[in-house]
Structures are given as structure tokens and as C-alpha cells.
Design a protein around this ligand. Structure first.
Ligand SMILES: NC(=O)c1ccc[n+]([C@@H]2O[C@H](COP(=O)([O-])OP(=O)(O)OC[C@H]3O[C@@H](n4cnc5c(N)ncnc54)[C@H](OP(=O)(O)O)[C@@H]3O)[C@@H](O)[C@H]2O)c1
Length: 371
């Protein structure tokens, strides 16, 4: 009697939990229509910025005139000269994976600015700022980088631009090069003389990973299509494998570290060619599922790790001022530069994002904000 009652209660609880999950899934994945831009107050100073007032395809991005923000005590105002495009921008544009919306806004983005990577000149500083002064050339990561101006806390992801890089070369760097740096230095812990294979060597992250691995003293094996062989050799690759001709997971050669930026091979295949005491770092994925796409790799790695002799690492790169300064040092030592594929204007940001969405970028795509 009691058993049947308890079973009924448990079934009821399960059904309620499932309904609640279904309702949450519907709420999270709902795209609200685009709201019109709020009018600029009369007499207010404005500037041009690419804004995203709803989730969707690149055509939801609009060029608007928005109000110039007041600086607080610890903020700097940057006149943006150039910005760059990352696959990350696509995730914010679509609001996927949907879990991203828990922090970015349920039906539409809470913060409508678009773009992350920037380089420019400090135009004004708050009264308490000590690290920067007007006229400083800077680069970094900020929400709303596709704009004529942006505001950043002086202790945020902002650093002095390497003097030997142009604004567009510096703007190309932050997200992709920080990802490469953290994958090689923190996750793979690359040592001089190691054999490091970079799968996806000709894209944004890969083009920096080739140069940084080389600067760390590794022998670099780049995997990319034949059309990009020349580019990665120029960036420092010792050996190039054309993935259209050869599958590197089928050979006898083993690598001390594999930096997988593409995610087009199974974990088992990758581990087969990783030295028994080597490391596999999972950076990117081809999984496009809007619910769990980028989460599959790290989950698989966590489940497999206890049964593998190799280290399995996944990465969620975090932008910070120290790593920007480290990139600047590599650049100033002549060990790091940016390979620029295409240039777009601020008005053309939707086209720039469509271009990157094709997944065939050679190096980086930049947006020149100053004419
Ligand atoms: N985990 C993190 O914190 C983090 C941070 C940044 C980026 N990511 C992820 O990393 C991935 C790459 O980012 P990205 O900025 O480098 O993208 P990207 O610039 O768009 O990468 C494009 C490059 O990928 C190459 N590629 C495509 N298919 C390939 C294959 N089968 N084998 C080898 N190369 C191939 C293309 O070369 P071909 O045209 O020659 O094929 C192209 O040069 C994305 O999934 C991104 O979301 C993750």
C-alpha cells in the first residue's frame, strides 16, 4: 500500500521535474524580436557602434549612434582604431550554446554591444586611474569592441600595445593569441625540444599557437590544408601535414603535445598518436549542436582521463592583462605577429562575421574602425 503511494509520489515528482526542465528549455531557447534602439538624448555626445538587440543571424547587427558613457573613477575611454572577429562573436550573436544565455540574457542579450578584441588610443581616464594616461596605445578585450569608443576598467583585460605592431595587428591578437598561450603554456606546459602538433594551424588560434610553440622551443607540426602550407611555414612550422592528403592520427608518429583546435578526430584516435606521457589539449570543436556543442569535448575528456596514461586537458581561455603583456613581450621580441586575412569597415561587421562563420579564415579577420 505504502510502496504504491511512494511510487506514485516519485513518478509525480519526476514528471514535474521533466515538465519544469522542458519549460526552462523553451524559455532559454526563445528568441525575442529585435527591440528598436532607444533614442539619443537631445544634445548628448554620441558615437557609432555595432549593436545587437536580439539573437539571430549576422543581419541583426546594426550600426547605431549611441550615447558616450560617463567615466567612473577607475575607467579608461579608448578611441578604437581596429577590432577583430572571433568564432566567439558568433556564439554571442546566436546566443548558443543556450547555457550562455544564463549569463548573457534569456531572450535577448542584456548587453547589446558586439565584438571583443580591440586596439586603440586612450582618450580620457577616470580620476583614480594610475596605469594609463591619455595618448597611450592599448589593446585588449572588451564587450562592445565593434565601436568608435569603448570603456574599460584599468584593471581589466587591457595592456599597452606592442610598439612594433600596427593597430590592426594588435587588434587581431587578444582572444585567439591568449587562447593559444594558455593552451601551450598552462595546459600543455610545453618544454623546449618537445614535438607539438597543432591541428587547425592556419586559423586565428592556430596561427598564434604555431608562433608561440616555436618561441617556447618546440618542434612544431602544423596540420592544415595545402593552400595554407606556405603561411604556417612562414609563421615557423617545422613540418606541415596537409589534412586533405594525410590523416595524422593514422601514422606511427607520436607527439608530446597535441593542441586540437578543430575537434574533427575521436579522442581515441588522438590518444593513439599522443606519447604515453604526453598531453592532449582540446581547444575547439566541430560540434554545432546549440545545446551542448562545445561542452561535448570537455565532458568526454573528463570521462576518459582516469583511463588514459596521457594528460587530457580542455580549456576555456580567460582574457587578462598579464597575458596581454606576455603577448606584447613576444611581439616586441619579434616572435609573434598577426597574419591578416581580410579587412572590413565598421559598417561591414555583419559581412566580417559571415566570413569567419565559413570556418576557412587564414589567420585573422580585422575591422578597421578608423577610416
Ligand atoms: N576553448 C577556448 O577557450 C577557445 C577560445 C577561442 C577559440 N576557440 C574555438 O577554437 C576553434 C578555432 O578558433 P579560430 O579562431 O582558430 O577559428 P578560425 O580562425 O575560424 O579557424 C579557421 C581555420 O580552421 C582550419 N580548418 C578547418 N577545418 C580543418 C581541418 N579539418 N583540419 C585542420 N584545419 C582545419 C581552416 O583551414 P582550411 O581552410 O585550410 O581548412 C582555417 O584556417 C573554434 O571552434 C573556436 O570556437 C576556443
Amino acid at each position: 500500500m505504502y510502496k504504491r503511494l511512494i511510487a506514485k509520489i516519485l513518478a509525480g515528482l519526476c514528471a514535474t521535474a521533466l515538465l519544469a526542465l522542458g519549460a526552462l528549455a523553451l524559455v532559454i531557447s526563445h528568441d525575442a524580436p529585435c527591440e528598436p534602439a532607444p533614442p539619443l538624448a537631445q544634445g548628448a555626445a554620441g558615437f557609432a557602434a555595432i549593436m545587437q538587440r536580439c539573437y539571430g543571424e549576422a543581419d541583426v547587427l546594426t550600426l547605431e549612434t549611441i550615447a558616450r558613457p560617463e567615466l567612473t573613477e577607475n575607467q579608461v575611454l579608448v578611441r578604437v582604431h581596429a577590432a577583430s572577429v572571433n568564432p566567439l562573436d558568433k556564439h554571442f550573436l546566436h546566443g548558443t550554446p543556450y547555457l550562455l544565455r544564463l549569463v548573457n540574457g534569456f531572450n535577448a542579450p542584456q548587453s547589446p554591444g558586439a565584438g571583443a578584441d580591440f586596439a586603440g588610443v586612450v582618450e580620457a581616464v577616470g580620476t583614480g586611474v594610475t596605469l594609463f594616461e591619455p595618448g597611450d596605445e592599448v589593446f585588449g578585450v572588451a564587450n562592445g569592441a565593434f565601436a568608435e569608443y569603448l570603456v574599460r576598467s584599468e584593471t581589466g583585460s587591457i595592456a599597452l600595445k606592442p610598439a612594433n605592431l600596427s593597430f590592426e595587428q594588435a587588434a587581431a591578437m587578444p582572444v585567439a593569441a591568449i587562447t593559444a598561450l594558455q593552451a601551450l603554456r598552462d595546459k600543455a606546459q610545453v618544454q623546449p625540444g618537445q614535438r607539438v602538433l597543432i591541428n587547425g594551424a592556419s586559423g586565428g588560434v592556430g596561427s598564434y599557437a604555431v608562433q608561440l610553440a616555436k618561441a617556447m622551443g618546440a618542434t612544431v607540426i602544423a596540420v592544415n590544408s595545402g593552400r595554407n602550407a606556405e603561411l604556417v611555414r612562414e609563421l615557423g612550422a617545422d613540418q606541415v601535414i596537409d589534412y586533405t592528403q594525410q590523416d595524422f592520427t593514422r601514422g606511427d608518429t607520436r607527439y608530446d603535445a597535441i593542441i586540437d583546435i578543430v575537434g574533427n578526430h575521436s579522442l581515441s584516435a588522438l590518444l593513439d598518436v599522443t606519447e604515453p606521457d604526453g598531453v592532449l589539449v582540446m581547444v575547439g570543436t566541430m560540434q554545432m549542436n546549440p545545446w551542448w556543442g562545445p561542452l561535448v569535448g570537455p565532458l568526454q575528456a573528463a570521462l576518459r582521463a582516469p583511463f588514459a596514461s596521457q594528460r587530457l586537458e580542455s580549456i576555456l581561455a580567460r582574457a587578462n592583462a598579464d597575458d596581454l603583456a606576455a603577448l606584447a613581450s613576444y611581439a616586441e621580441a619579434g616572435q609573434l605577429t598577426s597574419a591578416i586575412d581580410q579587412r572590413f569597415t565598421l559598417q561591414q561587421v555583419p559581412d566580417a562575421i559571415r566570413y569567419v562563420e565559413r570556418g576557412r579564415t587564414r589567420g585573422k579577420v580585422v575591422v578597421n574602425v578608423l577610416p
